[in-house]
Design a protein around this ligand. Structure first.
Ligand code: KG4
Ligand code: ZN
Length: 365
């Protein structure tokens, strides 16, 4: 069974086809990074307009890469998918027939995320579902991040899922593809948000997480000590706001002084505190739950220090997907879509988007 996945919840316009929930046949992601850079963060209205502009081209490129159409005559410039492209030279009937044969269902992110952006993806998906007469599956973006490790290898349920991104910081026990038990979340800023704010304070530009990661390699984690929200205070919850304030105070104290390698040291010490908060919680939950399988998702999961520190723990299986599958992508949407459709679960064509709501089932003992 081949599912087309569509992800437009934030600033990535991503489409993918995944077979039987695991085999990625194709993935095309157009990142709007360049458009939002000048504003120092994602501008919601701009993001939805950019999705409108790019989604057909991303779709055309995916079809091209998968060679769904018999001849390679869809004129897509793979160097610049933002250019207007001629999707096909077939009759509409021929075109839809080829797609109908190839695609068994359409999975699309419907929550949580930016409403306007979600709506672009959903309406594109609805149009395809109607034209191709295929089922539509509305997907919870967070559930898909928790599923992304399953695209790397089959992970036995239950496993520990960790999602650390610009908008979410969650640790959960994943009981099945649709049922999770959230045991920790950030009580204030998301982890990626803290990376972004510190990067801005150090004039590193946007996006800042990867710049901090890079600079930290030449910094000393012992150059300063920052507070790490105590595990004892609130179960597995996280807090990044106090850490962020402490780092900014530290910067103010040493900025324009002879303190050497300020940016490198601040990056290393901040990153150490931010990542240790995650690593400590993972270690604790693995010991307490006796579940030795952990899967990561979200942009911060690309962090090299996180990978280095997590590998030091004695955990049977740790999955950190490749960066293109950690960050927002449609392969995880298509993969999870298969899990629903193979159980004959699909959504109503009148399904809407929801910026905040979740679709996962909360685990009950
Ligand atoms: O999952 P994602 O691509 O988008 C959402 O926020 O949904 O995550 C983006 C976040 C940004 O805050 C970015 O700074 C952070 O992931 N990030 C990193 C790294 N690469 C991306 N943070 C730390 N280290 C990295 N290497
Ligand atoms: Zn995400």
């Amino acid at each position: 069974m081949r599912i087309l996945g569509i992800e437009t919840s934030c600033d990535e316009c991503s489409l993918s086809v995944v077979e039987n929930g695991r085999k990625i046949l194709g993935l095309v992601t157009y990142s709007q990074l360049e458009e939002h850079k000048q504003f120092g963060g994602v501008v919601p209205e701009l993001a939805s307009r950019m999705h409108v502009q790019h989604i057909s081209c991303v779709f055309a490129q995916l079809i091209n890469e998968l060679s769904i159409l018999p001849q390679n005559n869809n004129n897509v410039d793979s160097q610049n998918i933002s250019k207007n492209t001629t999707i096909q030279t077939f009759s509409r009937k021929e075109y839809t027939n080829y797609l109908k044969e190839y695609i068994d269902g359409i999975a699309v992110t419907v929550c949580p995320g930016l409403s306007g952006s979600l709506m672009v993806g959903l309406h594109f998906a609805k149009g395809l579902a109607l034209a191709l007469e295929k089922p539509l599956i509305g997907i919870d973006h967070i559930l898909a991040h928790f599923y992304s490790g399953q695209l790397v290898e089959t992970i036995l349920y239950p496993y520990i899922g960790v999602v650390v991104s610009g908008g979410h910081t969650l640790i959960a026990i994943i009981h099945s593809f649709d049922t999770i038990e959230i045991i920790g979340t950030s009580i204030d800023d998301a982890c990626g948000e803290a990376f972004e704010k510190i990067a801005r304070a150090l004039n590193l530009g946007y996006p800042g997480g990867s710049s901090i990661d890079r600079l930290a390699r030449n910094g000393d984690i012992k150059a300063a000590t920052f507070p790490i929200y105590s595990l004892k205070k609130n179960g597995y919850n996280f807090s990044y706001s106090g850490l962020k304030t402490a780092v900014i105070h530290h910067r103010d104290k040493y900025w324009n002084t002879d303190y050497p390698q300020t940016k490198e040291h601040i990056s290393a010490t901040f990153q150490h505190a931010a990542i240790t908060m995650i690593v400590e919680r993972v270690q604790k939950v693995v010991v307490e739950s006796k579940i030795p399988r952990v899967s990561f998702g979200g942009g911060v999961a690309c962090n090299s220090y996180l990978a280095q520190e997590i590998m030091k723990l004695d955990i049977e299986k740790v999955i950190i997907p490749l960066p293109e599958y950690c960050a927002d992508n449609a392969a995880m949407i298509a993969g999870l879509g298969y899990q629903y459709l193979s159980r004959e679960i699909s959504s109503d064509l009148n399904i809407g988007v929801n910026a905040r709501k979740y679709l996962y089932k909360a685990y009950k003992n």
